[in-house]
Design a protein around this ligand. Sequence first.
Ligand SMILES: [Zn+2]
Length: 113
Amino acid sequence: MKLVYTHDNITVVHSAKNILALNNIAAFVKGEHVAPMSARHGIENTYIELWINHDEDYEKASTIIENQLLNPELKESWVCTEWKEENDGSFEVCWKCQTEVVVGDQQKLSQSI
Ligand SMILES: [Zn+2]
C-alpha cells in the first residue's frame, strides 16, 4: 500500500479515487471519518489520504492524478451561486449543496475535459 494523494476536501479525494478506479487502479480513502463534514474554511488542517492497494500502481496512479486533477490549466475553480462556496474545477455540482455549475463555468469545464 502506498499513499498517493492527500487533500483536505473529501470530495476531491473521492474524485481522485474514482479516476483511479476508471483506470483499474484499486485505491482506498483514509481519514475521512476523522474530518468534520461541516468543516468551515479556515479549519484546513485535516487531510484526507488516498492510498493505492498495490505499490506497483504508484507511478501510473500519480501520473493520472497529476494529469487529471492537479494540472492547474485544467481546473479553474468556480463559486456556487447558492452558498458562495468555492468549488474545484473538476466538480460539476457544488460539493456543499449540489447546485449545478452555472452555464459560463460549464463551458470552461467542458473545454477542460
Ligand atoms: Zn453550493
